[in-house]
Design a protein around this ligand. Structure first.
Ligand code: GLC
Length: 432
């Protein structure tokens, strides 16, 4: 049943979630389950803050980049302050730097978010000017350190880098990682949320084995990219990076970063061509296991992101429109994170079925850019209904919309404020 909360109160409730999760310049995704700063969460959260406090929105990106490594990597977690409720914390990563961080990255949404903030900032370009070199260093890290042979396809070395932690996309590559550790007793997540929503012990043992491998390589970027036993080109990262390259290029051109603009043009051209390697026989895009050379069997929510990257053809866009219609007929709310008709689909388990609002936001942006405004509008309405019916949950069951994971989630509130809660059908994030 639709709740009767007036829209303005829901906006206020969303702002209250962000304020409550604000730890002073950075936001935790959710105080209990995730007590630190996460990379792509911060980029989405900045879009939410930008609707009512632009200065605070900039701070979110600035504090994220305080965790940037010397080689340009922006870590997936910045451990701002000690907190007990999370595993693996700083000691498990074993990285000696301040602020403490994890050793892997996450999808680079930051340049796209920065361009949105810049668009709202009038003539004051001081903050974007300070950020562009840092954004550029992080893109260089993806294109050089994580693509050591210059193939145009970037490597991820850990499922958590994708941000779609437990997606069926990683089943096969992860099956080839031989677990060397048993960390079941160290997990903290099962104390906060339902175990049936969370990854298995076996999954944790394999992914923490990857962390041990990287530690043995002293976290040397190139050695990690070439040496870990999990090396995948994630369709999500690849698409989000390409889109962010395009946004960063616009910023570089406008602000006179000439050399950076030239490098970005080169990376964009290379990725645009290389991504055709990710297309399956059915015309839909997938992730690629770089060790086995095999495309993932599953068609997941990442399949739509080539639209967001603006590399898909109009024909690809129509194939995705048909795919959306077919999967929507099988589960009430879109976009399910994996195909509801697939045997790997699991409606409530992490990234194996549930709907995530930030994914919907990027997918809608893509449909809208290809003139498929009906699909874009449908995703905005579904996303709005999920929040209206259930609140700001981390993610939602696509069958009936039940909220899952953690409540009062920052990026869900941010997506409400910046997109799902509005009546505005102009959904492209930035004008490309
Ligand atoms: C989970 C999600 C990841 C997100 C993090 C914090 O690990 O899979 O995408 O960044 O939670 O919200």
């Amino acid at each position: 049943m639709l709740s009767t909360t007036p829209p303005s109160d829901r906006d206020e409730a969303a702002r209250a979630v962000l304020r409550r999760n604000d730890r002073g310049g950075f936001t935790v995704p959710n105080g209990r389950v995730y007590p630190f700063q996460w990379n792509w969460d911060s980029a989405f959260v900045a879009l939410g803050f930008a609707t009512f406090d632009l200065d605070r929105a900039w701070r979110e990106l600035e504090t994220l980049f305080e965790g940037q490594w010397d080689d340009g990597m922006v870590p997936h977690i910045v451990f701002r302050a000690p907190a007990d409720g999370y595993y693996p914390g700083p000691e498990a990563w074993g990285i000696q730097r301040q602020p403490l961080t994890s050793g892997i990255s996450q999808p680079p949404v930051a340049a796209t978010a920065a361009r949105v903030l810049h668009g709202l900032s009038g003539r004051d370009a001081s903050r974007i000017r300070a950020l562009v070199p840092k954004l550029f260093a992080s893109h260089r890290w993806w294109h050089e350190t994580r693509d050591p042979d210059g193939t145009g396809l970037v490597t991820m070395v850990h499922p958590w880098e994708s941000g779609r932690d437990n997606s069926p996309d990683w089943d096969e590559p992860l099956a080839n990682v031989v677990p060397q550790v048993d960390v079941a007793h160290l997990r903290k997540d099962l104390g906060h949320v339902d175990a049936s929503h969370r990854p298995t012990h076996d999954f944790y043992n394999r992914v923490m084995t990857l962390v041990e491998e990287a530690k043995a390589l002293r976290w040397d970027g190139m050695a990690v990219a070439r040496g870990l036993s999990f090396r995948v080109c994630d369709l999500g990262i690849q698409s989000i990076l390409l889109r962010a390259d395009r946004d960063l290029l616009k910023l570089a051109e406008e602000l006179g970063f000439t050399e950076e603009a030239v490098a970005l043009q080169g990376w964009i051209a290379r990725s645009d061509t290389a991504m055709s390697r990710l297309k399956g026989g059915d015309g839909l895009y997938r992730s690629l296991d770089l060790r086995s050379g095999r495309l993932s069997e599953a068609v997941t929510c990442a399949a739509y992101l080539p639209l967001y990257a603006r590399m898909a053809s109009q024909e690809d866009a129509l194939a995705l429109k048909r795919h959306l219609a077919a999967t929507r007929a099988a589960a009430g709310f879109s976009v399910a994170s994996s195909d509801p008709r697939d045997r790997r689909f699991d409606a409530t388990r992490y990234w194996r079925g549930p709907v995530w609002l930030m994914m919907n936001r990027m997918i809608a942006d893509g449909f809208s850019a290809y003139g498929l405004t009906e699909e874009a509008g449908l995703l905005r309405r579904d996303s709005g209904d999920l929040v209206r019916q259930n609140g700001f949950w981390e993610y939602f069951d696509p069958r009936d919309g039940t909220g899952c994971g953690g409540p009062d989630f920052s990026w869900t509130a941010a997506m409400w404020l910046s997109w799902a809660g509005s009546q505005d059908d102009r959904q492209a994030l930035t004008a490309l």
